[in-house]
Design a protein around this ligand. Structure first.
Ligand SMILES: *Cc1c(COP(=O)(O)O)cnc(C)c1O
Length: 380
């Protein structure tokens, strides 16, 4: 089955008792049993819920995992809940290697939560595999990667970094939130586990917070499912329903996000009021060739630096009308922000360098002429 078909059918057969073509929201905490321990596969909704199961089957299918092989997806209450489940796979003293350009919350979790509990972490320049190799320690158990990265939109070589992680006996996790499985399937490039914030493109409508982990490794999958039940960061059935509904249109939305982002990147690159544009689809992007090898298209995120420094960046984001000034990304509506003052505040002043004049846009699926007009006017 092709991606577009899986997005609509995987885990989403008609409901057997009524024929409903949409997976229902199973709003129930518990399930009646015929005899103690004798039930239809569900006993308590932290452990399992049919709406969440359908979402997990769909997530696994999109990342190219066959549940029959023992791998699968674990849906969580947020992207950070997915990160924290991975944290529970570690032991005190283990080392986590993070990319230099990571989602602010990921950095905060390892630096200020696990880091304070005796876990070691450090940062390596992910666009330089030799630097990643040099940063490996004897106790490195997790090598983390985001590609494209956030907010600088650099691309890292997944095959090269997976080889480094595996040589060191560490697991390789790729946060695939920005690309989505429609554009990039990290398990095919050596990732052991893929992390998603389904809050973003998979949900796609800025109306739900969720996350998930997908792996082909049966042992890891079983452990993650155990941790999902034991630690309890599960999505409710309504949230699972919203993400599943978003997934159905992922392919068509991503096509428009990518086309609009490319047009906006080209507009900005040609504009004298702009100092620098970061978009992996531009041939001028330093990682364009690598992006081409790893991704089917280049995504809906564009970062740029207007001339005039942080002051110009702040003025611009306050003046757009269609681009809402807000954190987050991946919804149908366009958003704009200044990472150094918003999403990435927790990394300012650390080794992670986010320029204070950087503007990040999440390009929505509105008509591109209106979006370009909005940026043009806001830049004055
Ligand atoms: C948003 C985001 C997260 C965290 O997800 P939440 O759903 O907000 O907890 C992790 N990684 C990336 C790349 C993100 O954009």
């Amino acid at each position: 089955m092709k991606f577009e078909t899986k997005a609509i059918h995987a885990g989403q057969d008609p409901e057997p008792t009524t024929g409903a073509v949409v997976v229902p929201i199973f709003a129930t905490s518990t399930y009646a049993q015929d005899a103690p321990g004798k039930h239809a596969g569900y006993d308590y909704s932290r452990t399992d819920n049919p709406t969440r199961s359908a979402l997990q089957t769909a997530l696994a299918a999109l990342e190219g995992v066959d549940e029959a092989s023992g791998g699968g997806a674990t849906a969580t209450a947020s992207g950070m809940a997915a990160a924290s489940l991975l944290g529970y796979t570690l032991k005190v003293g283990d080392h986590v290697l993070l990319p230099d350009d990571a989602y602010g919350g990921t950095f905060r979790f390892f630096a200020r939560v696990l880091g304070e509990q005796g876990f070691a972490w450090s940062v390596a320049k992910a666009t330089d595999p030799a630097a990643v190799a040099a940063a490996i320690r004897p106790n490195t158990k997790l090598v983390w990667l985001e590609t494209p990265s956030n907010p600088l939109l650099r691309i890292a070589d997944m095959k090269a970094i997976s080889a480094i992680a595996h040589d060191a006996g560490a697991r390789f996790v790729v946060d695939n939130t920005f690309a989505t499985p429609y554009l990039q399937r990290p398990l095919d490039f050596g990732a052991d586990v893929v992390l998603h914030s389904t809050t973003k493109y998979l949900g796609g409508h800025s109306d739900v917070v969720g996350g998930g982990l997908v792996t082909r490794d049966p042992e890891l999958h079983e452990r993650l499912r155990f941790l999902q039940n034991a630690a309890g960061p599960v999505p409710g059935p309504f949230d699972a329903f919203l993400v599943l509904r978003g997934i159905k249109t992922l392919a068509v939305r991503m096509e428009r996000h990518c086309a609009n982002a490319m047009a906006i990147a080209e507009f900005l690159a040609a504009d004298a009021r702009v100092a620098e544009v970061m978009y992996p689809g531009l041939t001028s992007h330093p990682d364009h060739a690598l992006a081409h090898r790893q991704m089917d298209a280049f995504g809906g995120m564009v970062s740029f630096r207007p001339k005039g420094g942080a002051e110009a960046a702040h003025r611009l984001v306050e003046r757009t009308e269609l681009f809402f000034l807000a954190e987050s990304l991946g919804g149908v509506e366009s958003l704009i922000e200044v990472p150094a003052a918003m999403t990435h505040m927790s990394v300012v002043g650390t080794a992670l360098q986010v320029p204070d004049d950087l503007v990040r846009v999440s390009v929505g699926i509105e008509h591109v002429d209106d979006l370009i007009g909005d940026l043009d006017r806001a830049m004055g």
